[in-house]
Design a protein around this ligand. Structure first.
Ligand code: PLP
Length: 467
C-alpha cells in the first residue's frame, strides 16, 4: 500500500491522543512528524520513508517471535473466516480457547487451575485485584484487601493496576494510587544496598521491611503482594540473590497471596519459560499478556491457582455466577493467535534461545560498557538488559536529569538504526529484543549502542562536563 505520508501525519496529529507523549510538543510540531511504522520482518521494522530500524525492544517487550510470522497471520485469518467472534459468558467457548487454556494451565508454574482472559496486562492485573477481594470475601475475611506492590514496579495504567505501579509519574495528576494499594522497597541492589552490604543481606532487609509493613497494617488487612519476577519498566533489574525466597516466606507467614506479574517475563524472556521458574517463585496468581500472542492480537490472562480457585468454586452456591467479564474475554482470534505463537515458542525453543543468545548478549554488554566512566551498572538476564549511566561511578552520583543523558543515548542509537529504550526512571538504556534474535544481531545491537554512547560521551565533554 502506498500512503501519503503528509496526509497521514496530519490526520494523526489532529486526531490521535498518543500515550506517553508530550501533547503540546506533539500538537505544535516540536516533536517532529509521527513515525509511521509500515512493515516488520524478523527483528526489524521499516517506517514509511523506508528507514529500517532494529527493534531492540520488541515493540514494548512483546513481539517475542519477531515480526512478519506468516503462520500466525494465517491462524488469525483462518479463525476470522471461520468464526470472528463469540463470547465466553455463560459457559460458551471455542475450540481454540479451550485448547489454549488447557495448555496454559499445564505449562504455567505452580499449581494452576483456570485462566480468565482480558485484552491487556493492565486489565489482567485489575482482574487479579478483584480475584483477591472476591477470594477473601468468600473466605469470610472481608478486611483482607490491601495489595502491596513495589516502588518502581510496573503493573499497568488502569485505575487499580496504575495504583499498583510504583512510579509517581504514573500517578501524578491522575488521582492515583488508590488507598487499597501500598508500596514497599524496590529490590534494586545497585541503588538500594548500604555500602558493603552483601546481596543476600540486602534481600533479607527488603523482606524484613515487607514483614514490618504487613505487621503495621495488620495481616488481616493485607490480601496480596504483586511483583514482576524481574523488575521491567522500573529499570530492567533482576532480583538480588535470595530475594524471592525471603519474600515468599514473609507472605506465607501472613497468609498473603502472591501475584506474579509475568507480563514481560512470561514465555521465555529470562531463558526459562516463566520468570517464576527462573527464580523459584511459587505464585498463587499469574498475569500474562504481551508474549502470549507476541502482540499479534491483544490478549491477556489472569491465571488462577488451585488454592484460590477452590475457594471461588466452593462459594458459588452462595454467591451465584462469577460476575466479572469483558465482551472480548477469551476472544477466539486472540486464542488462535496465542496457540500459533506458543507453537513457535515451543518448536523453536525460544526460552533456550533467550538463554543461549541472551547469555552472549549479557556478556557482550558487560564487556563493552561496564568499564566506561559514565556507566554505573550493566545488568540483565536472558534477552532483557540495561545499561545505567551515572555522572560519577565511584560515588554513585546520577547525572543531572536536565541533561537527559539516557534519552540522548537512546536518540543517538535510533539515529544509527537501533531502537533501545530510555527507561523512565533514571538514565537507563533498556533492551528487550525479540527472542528470535541471533548472535550476529546481538553484535549489531551492541556495536550501534557503543557508537551511540560514545557520541553522547563526546557531546558531554564538549559541553564541559567532567566525565
Ligand atoms: N505488567 C507488566 C510487568 C508490564 O510490563 C506491563 C506493560 O508494560 C503491564 C503489566 C501492563 O500491560 P498493558 O500495557 O498491556 O496494559
Amino acid at each position: 500500500m502506498t500512503i501519503n505520508i503528509r496526509e497521514i501525519g496530519e490526520k494523526d496529529r489532529s486526531s490521535v491522543l498518543h500515550p506517553f507523549t508530550q501533547l503540546k510538543d506533539f500538537a505544535t510540531g516540536k516533536l517532529g512528524e509521527p513515525t509511521i511504522v509500515e512493515t516488520g520482518k524478523g527483528i526489524r521494522i521499516k517506517d514509511a520513508h523506508g528507514n529500517e530500524l532494529i527493534d531492540g525492544f520488541a515493540g514494548l517487550y512483546c513481539v517475542n517471535v519477531g515480526y512478519g510470522r506468516t503462520d500466525i497471520a494465517e491462524a488469525i485469518s483462518r479463525q476470522a473466516y471461520r468464526l470472528a467472534y463469540y463470547h465466553s459468558y455463560a459457559a460458551h467457548t471455542t475450540d481454540e480457547l479451550a485448547i489454549l487454556s488447557d495448555r496454559l494451565v499445564k505449562m504455567a508454574p505452580g499449581k494452576m487451575s483456570k485462566v480468565f482472559y482480558g485484552m491487556s496486562g493492565s486489565d489482567a492485573n485489575e482482574t487479579q485485584a478483584k480475584l483477591v477481594w472476591y477470594y477473601n470475601n468468600l473466605r469470610g475475611k472481608p478486611n483482607k484487601k490491601k495489595i502491596i506492590s513495589r516502588e518502581r514496579g510496573y503493573h499497568g495504567c488502569s485505575v487499580m493496576s496504575g495504583s499498583m505501579t510504583g512510579m509517581s509519574f504514573y500517578h501524578d495528576h491522575m488521582d492515583l494510587p488508590l488507598p487499597q494499594v501500598l508500596h514497599t522497597g524496590v529490590p534494586h541492589f545497585y541503588w538500594g544496598a548500604e555500602p558493603g552490604e552483601p546481596e543476600q543481606e540486602f534481600s533479607m532487609r527488603r523482606a524484613a521491611e515487607l514483614d514490618y509493613l504487613i505487621e503495621r497494617e495488620g495481616p488481616d488487612s493485607v490480601g496480596a503482594f504483586i511483583g514482576e519476577p524481574v523488575l521491567g519498566t522500573g529499570g530492567i533489574t533482576p532480583p538480588p540473590a535470595g530475594y524471592w525466597e525471603a519474600i515468599q516466606s514473609v507472605l506465607e507467614k501472613h497468609d498473603v497471596l502472591l501475584i506474579a506479574d509475568e507480563v514481560i517475563t512470561g514465555f521465555g524472556r529470562t531463558g526459562s519459560m516463566f520468570g517464576c521458574q527462573h527464580y523459584g517463585i511459587q505464585p498463587d496468581l499469574i498475569t500474562v499478556a504481551k508474549g502470549l500472542t507476541s502482540a499479534y492480537f491483544p490478549l491477556s490472562g489472569a491465571i488462577v491457582g488451585e488454592k484460590v480457585y477452590e475457594v471461588l468454586e466452593a462459594g458459588a452456591d452462595r454467591v451465584g455466577a462469577f460476575s466479572h467479564g469483558y465482551t472480548y474475554s477469551g476472544h477466539p482470534i486472540g486464542a488462535a493467535a496465542a496457540n500459533a505463537v506458543l507453537d513457535i515458542v515451543e518448536r523453536e525453543n525460544l526460552p533456550g534461545n533467550a538463554r543461549e543468545v541472551g547469555g552472549y548478549f549479557q556478556r557482550q554488554l558487560k564487556m563493552t560498557f561496564a568499564q566506561l566512566p559514565i556507566v554505573g551498572e550493566v545488568r540483565g538476564v536472558g534477552l532483557m538488559g540495561a545499561i545505567e549511566f551515572v555522572a560519577d561511578r565511584e560515588r554513585k552520583v546520577r547525572f543531572d536529569p536536565s541533561l537527559k543523558v539516557g534519552a540522548r543515548i537512546s536518540k543517538a542509537a535510533r539515529d544509527r538504526g537501533l531502537i533501545a529504550r530510555a527507561m523512565p526512571h533514571g538514565d537507563i538504556l533498556g533492551f528487550a529484543p525479540p527472542l528470535v534474535t541471533s548472535k550476529e544481531e546481538v553484535d549489531e545491537i551492541v556495536s550501534i549502542s557503543e557508537a551511540a554512547v560514545s557520541a553522547v560521551m563526546d557531546e558531554l565533554v564538549r559541553e564541559g562536563h567532567n566525565i
